[in-house]
Design a protein around this ligand. Structure first.
Ligand code: ZN
Length: 198
């Protein structure tokens, strides 16, 4: 069981606890880090720590940023009256990569899941409703096409409808259960352009 010294084992365990990193990769990374010059290791550790210390939620859309407002919310050429609702910052960056969406976002940080005991109060819906008190033309629901994503979409549309604001849902064509971040830009654009009003 114990092939390596305790410190190496600890490093491998820490790396293996990260998403997408299996035991073998963790081992390779650990040895790579140990072989790196001390200054580079210090730089890496410092960058991780600094990111953790400075990164926060955008005051408006709740994506991750290091300032009060993220670059999208700060950009005067973005349409502040069009809000696309996504589950997480990765989905937002998937849409940003298409370079074609001109509105702003709202990041829920999750989706409603009765199975996992995640209710409407556990995601950032209150903040969304608060934003809708200002002048908004359209809310585009771009949650995933998983069961949780669809449940969340339905819930949001019921909340928004009474306000009279247009609510739409991105078109299907996004594979069922597919995480938005893994879908290519063409498919995302088609889903956005083919959105249907709810
Ligand atoms: Zn923002």
């Amino acid at each position: 069981m114990e092939y390596y010294s305790n410190q190496i084992q600890l490093l491998i365990e820490q790396l293996a606890s990260l998403p997408g990193i299996g035991g073998k990769t963790a081992q390779r990374l650990a040895f790579h880090i140990i072989d790196m010059p001390k200054e580079r290791v210090e730089k890496l550790a410092e960058t991780i720590l600094k990111a953790k210390q400075t990164i926060r939620y955008c005051n408006q859309c709740l994506t991750l940023t290091d300032q009060e407002l993220c670059p999208v919310c700060r950009n005067p050429s973005r349409d502040q009256k069009m809000i696309m609702v996504v589950e997480n910052p990765r989905d937002m960056s998937a849409y940003e990569k298409t370079g074609k969406y001109e509105g702003v976002y709202h990041v829920l940080h999750g989706a409603i899941s009765p199975m996992l005991g995640i209710g409407p109060a556990d995601i950032r819906l209150k903040e969304l409703m608060h934003r809708l008190e200002k002048e908004v033309d359209e809310v585009i629901i771009a949650t995933n096409s998983s069961l949780e994503g669809e449940t969340t979409a339905m819930y949001i549309s019921k909340l928004v409808k009474p306000t009279g604001i247009k609510v739409s849902r991105i078109a299907s064509g996004v594979p069922v259960g597919g995480d938005l971040e893994y879908i290519d830009e063409v498919t995302l654009l088609r889903a956005l352009e083919g959105r249907v009003e709810l």
